[in-house]
Design a protein around this ligand. Structure first.
Ligand code: BGC
Ligand code: NOJ
Length: 830
């Protein structure tokens, strides 16, 4: 069952009923000012940091769902009837409800009692404000007299304090209302030099800034007293809960439309000119006033919206594909890269599942996110790499997280996740392949943010690889430390204390437990680094990284192979994890993806065997589960993984992030059909028709889908902020479609499902444009791909980088698979 549909021409998802299984959200803003917005106008806004600079209040895990948002109420003066065009918060019946989630904007509207209203929400590029543009049309045969009320509830900046420290914050709230603009200035009197504002383009009939005056005693947002009575209280908040509400009276002739503009924004003043006049407590508004005036103008709003659309077109034009699959097309052309850009901006901080007060930027997460956006914003990727590397520790290890505001490692979450540093190598390799900017390797970068400790970035990569080599266990495999990619495989934790953090506790020495997954990742990273070293003219380094990779490969084959699949780890006692010897958790997915992806077992059948085992033991209609059999109980020696009921999260859900690794592995053994099948199982668009089962948004990936051992198989959770976004995009574009940046140019080596007759793509790469046409033909003999560059046959599958500004055309010819649709088409063409 569906709740809406894709509108690909508009690059939108259109939700046609408001009661989606969960709030289906979108993001506003992509630079400094951000908002989350649900399909019924729920959500909140913040400046840069979802915890420390939160503008509006939101109630996570509220009843009913999704309380707090960007609300509008209409009230018919004649009947007294009131409703919200976005359905929430009044939840009164509306007709013709539509929410269009687009790239960086959302529009929500409906009709009620002959009055149509739609609001477009977006953040103009380069600004720290959001615009709500509301259009109200009278579709009645008679004149309508309406009251329009807006409503937001301000957050007292630090979202954690705001939700916990009531003895203080019930007394600190302050506002100003000047010329109809509501200014929220709590703590401005002391150390803050920032404030929020909420403005409206219309003459006001009244306003409210004290929440309880607006709502009335013991009322919620669903029926505010002021709206019911059609009259604001002109209240000024002193302490308690400051809010912002404008009251506008509108008269509309039949067929007439009125446009109202609201601005919700963030502004700062220099510390020495906070007040006007100096010595007063009144906000100096000289800087903010012109901004407000500018964007209250309808033409400016339209122009800003056009700039936003152009901004996204520019970014997404880097890769455009047309394939036989609509799911691939819309996912690859906009939703998936868009999601990657959101993970770039927000890491794992603020979503429907991440409250914005907890986590900083993950070192591992951010490096992997980069794989999904480096081609769209290479300059910003460069900056991100340097920020990440500057938090690396002198040992080569890494803090698990760092804080985006300070760019310092976060000690509270600790270090010692032994896979972490290796992801930096993959991120830098991806950046170099995209840009050929070898100069980044010479950038001086500090360790742990300490001035004076700088070395060239290249040395950071050496130390990352060295970190693994200095921490090998009894089988010559990497010690796992606190955990590896699987944060819940805590083999040195042994926690018996309720509530103790699995992520920071390490009760055992950590000298025995080893990770086969890190071994695979190491082979990949060391091979990448060898290539980088060779390009820097460091032949000896290249040789030694290659040798280290070969030794690790051998160790995996000797001690990491279980007979039918790769083992997952060795525990603190030296016993295998993820082995046929185990009663539960016999096979884990991570090494079956990562080892072949790194090239391990490709030439002796291990990779193919492992992938068969994946298909046999881990495949479900909803994707590949992380492990089987699920752990039925908590296991002291394994850590958090057994804390989850079977089928959820790391304990045998479809942990989506891992599926693209298997997709890539399948392409590495040449199995295009299975690669595509695995890809499609978790593709959100392909799951749209079971939205009632999936429950999360059908336009973005979720971190997990409940596995077959769960009571709710197929139910997704933790949508939006997940490494799945980057890896899914990499797997389909670089390995199935086979278009991938390499140091010497653009490789085009598709591994397609057998019934595809071909596809076309346009890729911008280092300033040149590549028009790519891939087709199967029964005339092609042999099993590889033959490239034609501007009509001339090319040796190999790498198209050398073309001069910036030029356009080249590349034809890739693949043999048709006997008996498939592709062959029949090419045969009948003859
Ligand atoms: C989750 C992991 C997550 C970790 C981060 C755990 O509770 O299961 O998915 O990576 O927390 O702190
Ligand atoms: C989510 C975390 O953000 C990521 O870093 C981790 O690899 C996965 N969970 C698996 O535990």
């Amino acid at each position: 069952m569906r709740y809406g549909h894709f509108d690909d021409a508009a690059r939108e998802y259109v939700i046609v009923r408001p009661d989606t299984p969960l709030p289906w959200i979108n993001y506003l803003g992509s630079e400094d000012y951000f908002g989350l917005i649900s399909n019924t106008a729920g959500g909140y806004s913040f400046y840069r940091d979802a915890r420390l600079r939160r503008l509006t209040r939101y109630r996570y895990n509220s009843v009913p769902y999704d309380a707090g948002g960007r609300y509008l109420y209409l009230r018919d003066a004649a009947s007294g009837e009131l409703w919200s065009p976005s359905w929430q918060p009044t939840r009164t019946g509306v007709e013709d409800y539509r929410c269009r989630h687009g790239l960086g904007y959302t529009a929500i509207g409906s009709r009620q009692a002959g009055i149509a209203a739609e609001t477009l929400y977006f953040v103009p590029p380069g600004e720290t404000l959001e615009i709500w543009r509301t259009r109200i049309t009278n579709r009645r045969g008679t004149r309508a007299r309406l009251s329009v009320f807006s409503a937001v509830e301000f957050c007292l900046w630090d979202a954690w304090e705001d939700a916990t420290n009531f003895q203080r914050n019930f007394s600190t709230g302050e506002v100003e209302v000047v010329d109809g603009v509501i200014y929220h200035k709590t703590e401005y009197r002391e150390r803050r030099n920032h404030f929020a504002y909420f403005a409206c383009s219309e003459q006001l009939a009244g306003f409210d800034t004290q929440r309880d005056a607006f709502l009335g005693p013991y009322r919620g947002w669903e029926r505010p007293l002021a709206v019911e009575q059609g009259q604001s209280g002109d209240s000024i908040a002193h302490g308690w809960a400051p809010c912002g509400s404008h009251h506008v009276e509108v008269e509309l002739e039949p067929g007439e439309t009125r446009e109202l503009v609201y601005l919700l924004g963030y502004s700062e003043n220099p510390t020495d000119s906070k007040f006007d006049p100096p010595g007063s407590q009144t906000i100096d508004k000289r800087r903010v006033r012109p901004v407000i005036e500018r964007y209250l103008d309808a033409a400016e709003v339209e122009a800003a919206f056009q700039r936003l659309r152009d901004h996204w077109s520019e970014i997404l034009d880097v890769l455009h594909v047309e394939t036989p699959s609509e799911h691939v097309d819309r996912t690859v052309n906009f939703w998936n890269p868009y999601q990657c850009m959101v993970t770039f901006a927000l890491s794992r901080s603020a979503s429907s599942f991440e409250s914005g007060v907890g986590r900083g930027m993950g070192f591992r997460d951010s490096n992997q996110d980069l794989l999904g956006f480096v081609h769209m914003v290479p300059e910003r990727a460069r900056e991100r790499i340097l920020d990440l590397a500057a938090t690396q520790l002198p040992s080569g290890g890494a803090y698990h997280q760092y804080q985006p505001l300070t760019k310092r490692g976060n000690d509270a979450i600790g270090a010692g996740f032994n896979d972490d540093p290796l992801w930096l190598v993959l991120a830098v390799a991806a950046y170099l392949k995209e840009t050929a900017d070898l100069g980044i390797l010479d950038e001086p970068v500090a360790y742990d943010g300490a001035p004076g400790s700088e070395t060239p970035l290249y040395e950071h990569l050496q130390r990352a690889v060295g970190y693994t080599l200095e921490r090998l266990g009894p089988h010559g495999l990497p010690l796992i430390g606190r955990a590896d990619w699987n944060d819940c495989l805590n083999l040195n934790c042994f926690s018996e204390t309720p509530g103790e953090s699995f992520q920071t506790t390490e009760n055992r020495s950590g000298e025995v437990a080893e990770s086969v997954f890190i071994a695979g990742l190491f082979v990949l990273a060391a091979t990448e680094l060898a290539e980088i070293a060779a390009r820097r003219g460091l032949g000896d380094d290249a040789k030694s990284f290659r040798a280290a990779a070969a030794r690790m490969d051998a160790a995996v084959c000797e001690h990491g192979w279980d007979g039918d699949w790769f083992r997952r780890a060795y525990d603190h006692f030296g016993n295998p994890v993820g082995s046929a010897q185990n009663d539960e958790g016999r096979i884990f997915i991570e090494p079956q993806g990562m080892c072949p992806l790194a090239g391990i077992g490709l030439d002796d059948g291990k990779a193919e065997r492992a992938l068969e085992s994946v298909a046999e033991h881990l495949s479900t209609p909803h994707g590949l589960v992380l492990l089987q059999p699920a752990f039925s109980a908590y296991r002291l020696e394994l850590g958090e993984i057994g804390s989850y009921p079977p089928g959820y999260k790391e304990n045998a859900s479809v942990f989506c992030h891992t599926n693209p690794w298997v997709v890539i592995a399948e392409t590495r053994v040449g199995n295009g059909n299975r690669a595509f099948e695995h890809y499609l199982r978790i593709n959100p668009s392909a799951r749209e028709e079971q939205s009632d089962v999936h429950r999360c948004e059908p336009y973005v990936y979720a971190q997990m889908i409940a596995g077959k051992d769960a009571p709710t198989p197929g139910e997704a959770k933790n949508s939006w902020l997940t490494g799945t976004a980057a890896w899914a995009l990499v797997s389909v574009t670089q390995w199935i479609l086979g278009i991938r940046a390499e140091h010497d140019g653009l490789r085009i080596e598709p591994c397609l499902p057998s019934d595809w007759t071909g596809f076309t793509a346009t890729r911008r790469f280092r300033g040149a444009t590549y028009r790519i046409a891939v087709r199967r033909t029964s005339e092609r003999r042999g099993d590889g791909v033959q490239l034609l560059l501007d009509g001339r046959p090319l040796d190999g599958t790498v198209v050398p980088a073309a001069a910036a500004g030029t356009t080249v055309s590349v034809e890739a010819v693949l043999p048709a698979m006997p008996g498939t649709a592709a062959e029949l088409v090419t045969v009948s063409e003859r």
